[in-house]
Write a protein that binds this ligand. Structure first.
Ligand code: FES
Ligand code: FES
Length: 151
């Protein structure tokens, strides 16, 4: 066990865990932030996507010991009132079905638009292709990302 002082959603949080613990479990089990989901555990599905210094990363393969002072953002901290342009577009386009993959989808889309506010269809497809949705919401996801890009 070791103590880590983390910057999560703009606040300082301290955890005492094994240094190899993936951030996914630090967030869910130790910091009561269950919005980040466990899908595959092997960096293949995108359900566990969070932001590290604004970049989309897979928290299931991110040891807490590698985070240091980098700013971590989860779906709970993406916006104050769930009013990030991507979240609003998701509601407008009624994207979610079962919802399980949607945290990861939204975090990936938000990071994409921060880096590239006007992505082409191909860029959206390329960036979102690593986030798997068993319900097949891909068409609506693309519409919502395009809509959010205009705001
Ligand atoms: S749970 Fe992390 S990529 Fe699937
Ligand atoms: S909405 Fe069900 S897995 Fe994507």
């Amino acid at each position: 066990m070791a103590t880590f002082n983390l910057k999560i959603n703009g606040k300082s949080r301290t955890v005492d865990v094994d240094p190899a613990t993936p951030m996914l479990w630090v967030l869910r089990d130790h910091l009561d932030l269950p919005g980040t989901k466990y899908g595959c555990g092997i960096a293949q599905c995108g359900a566990c996507t969070i932001h590290l210094e604004g970049n989309a990363v897979r928290s299931c393969q991110l040891p807490v010991s590698s985070v240091g002072k980098s700013a971590v953002t989860t779906i709970e901290g993406l916006s104050e009132k769930a009013d990030h342009p991507v979240q609003k577009a998701w509601l407008e386009h009624d994207v979610a079905q079962c919802g399980y993959c949607q945290t990861g989808q939204i975090m990936t889309a938000a990071a994409l638009l921060k880096r590239n506010p006007n992505p082409t269809d191909e860029e959206i497809e390329a960036q979102m292709s690593g986030n798997i949705c068993r319900c097949g919401t891909y068409v609506k996801i693309k519409e919502a990302v395009k809509s959010a890009a205009k705001k």
